[in-house]
Design a protein around this ligand. Structure first.
Ligand code: SAM
Length: 386
């Protein structure tokens, strides 16, 4: 017998109320129907390749103080580091020689000139030494559009900047109220990334204290309205040395948080057929098979951690981050073996760019559309205005 979920999944366009329904189900059979549909769409529109992005956590120095993040500025327990250009390039070449196809360079939020110059110089050197044949994603936070343009010219072509939540109100609750943490600035930065020509990715944390199913449905609608090329999202996981890490009582249980994250990924795939979606590391903290399950629910990007071990332990955004094994290739080979049975293959040597990016013909208008709820729960489509 067909369920309500089966019925909703036949629709061409999912609306807010459909998303709330699909995100709310706790019935196993219904959840699996959502994952199956998402994976089928992925295979039809993106193929069966899982693309690799070797992750280099370049610096844990951060000028921000996000209430949830382990490397926030005020966490004095963190040993701060910045990789040298040689260390970054060496890791990039390591990935290139093993046919990873792409890397991601991520860091804390820094806007100082030495940092901007260091990223630029590393990009130029990586492109030179690989003859422009290694895909490069950056995830280095909010910057001026000139900096984004400079990095784009230096050879990076994808950028991940999570909006964290598309609700300005919830955003204000999880960040300090000062000029370093403005929702408007984050949104503008995301817009500027598109303007600078990047394949642009965003995402949210799932299961934040105070976050409702309606917030999450709105997040998905935001990503669709903003016309993003890539998505990276995962569960919120507390870090004990952060202000939010101490308020565990309002957190939904980890199994539920994990399943909710999987459903977010699956629904993102169903709604945005040709975007790239990452199977984020945080999923693995809540379930040892978390990233494989995400791939089988519509994700198509895997980011093995390549940060040198002595530094990676100081890039703990949340508690329980999986230890970095010495050889990321071992992790990739394990993944490859597990995925074989499901007809998924590793896209060695391929960039695996977002198909959506190449079909995108216009720039989302500024300010972008946000979905917000009225007092009766109805969706009001508004343009964001500070
Ligand atoms: N500074 C860059 C930025 O903000 O885009 C990149 C680094 S930042 C640490 C990368 C992402 O980590 C954030 O966008 C946030 O979503 C995620 N993150 C931080 N703390 C987290 C936590 N406690 N649980 C889950 N994800 C977290």
């Amino acid at each position: 017998m067909k369920t309500e979920v089966d019925h909703i999944l036949t629709k061409n366009i999912l609306e807010g109320k459909d998303l709330v329904y699909l995100l709310s189900t706790k019935v196993d059979r219904e959840q699996h129907a959502i994952y199956r549909k998402a994976n089928q769409i992925k295979k039809e529109h993106c193929g069966n390749n899982v693309y690799l992005r070797g992750l280099i956590e370049m610096s844990n120095i951060c000028r921000k103080d996000c209430y949830y993040c382990g490397i926030r500025k005020s966490n004095e327990a963190v040993n701060r580091y910045t990789l040298s250009q040689e260390e970054i390039v060496e890791k990039a070449l390591w990935a290139w020689r093993r046919n990873f196809g792409s890397i991601v360079i991520q860091s804390g939020e820094r806007t100082d000139k030495p940092f901007i110059d260091a990223i630029t110089a590393a990009l130029v050197e990586i492109c030179k030494q690989t003859d422009n044949s290694l895909g490069i994603t950056l995830s280095c936070g909010e910057q001026d559009i000139d900096v984004y343009r400079r990095w784009r010219e230096a050879g990076a072509h994808r950028y991940l900047l999570r909006i964290e939540t598309s609700s300005p109100e919830l955003f204000r609750k999880i960040h300090p109220d000062n000029e370093f943490h403005r929702f408007e600035d984050r949104l503008k930065a995301l817009y500027n990334l598109k303007k600078a020509g990047f394949q642009t990715g965003t995402g949210v944390m799932i299961g934040l204290p105070g976050q409702t199913i309606e917030h999450l449905a709105d997040d998905l609608l935001f990503m669709r309205n903003f016309d993003v090329d890539m998505i990276g999202m995962g569960p919120y996981i507390p870090h004990q040395d952060t202000p939010m890490g101490k308020g565990m009582e309002s957190l939904i249980p980890s199994v539920e948080r994990f399943e909710l994250s999987l459903r977010m990924i699956a629904l993102a795939r169903i709604m945005m057929k040709e975007v790239n979606i990452a199977a984020s590391t945080a999923l693995q903290v809540l379930d040892p098979d978390g990233r494989i399950k995400a791939i089988l629910a519509g994700a198509n990007v895997f980011m093995p951690n390549m940060t040198p071990k002595m530094f990676a332990d100081n890039y703990n955004l949340y508690d329980g981050k999986p230890a970095v094994k010495d050889d990321p290739m071992v992790i990739v080979k394990e993944l490859e073996k597990r995925l074989q049975a499901f007809g998924e293959i590793i896209g060695y040597g391929k960039w695996g760019d977002s198909k959506h990016y190449f079909k995108r013909t216009h720039l989302t208008p500024w300010p972008p559309l946000l979905e917000e709820r009225g007092s009766g729960g109805e969706v009001k489509r508004t343009r964001y205005e500070n």
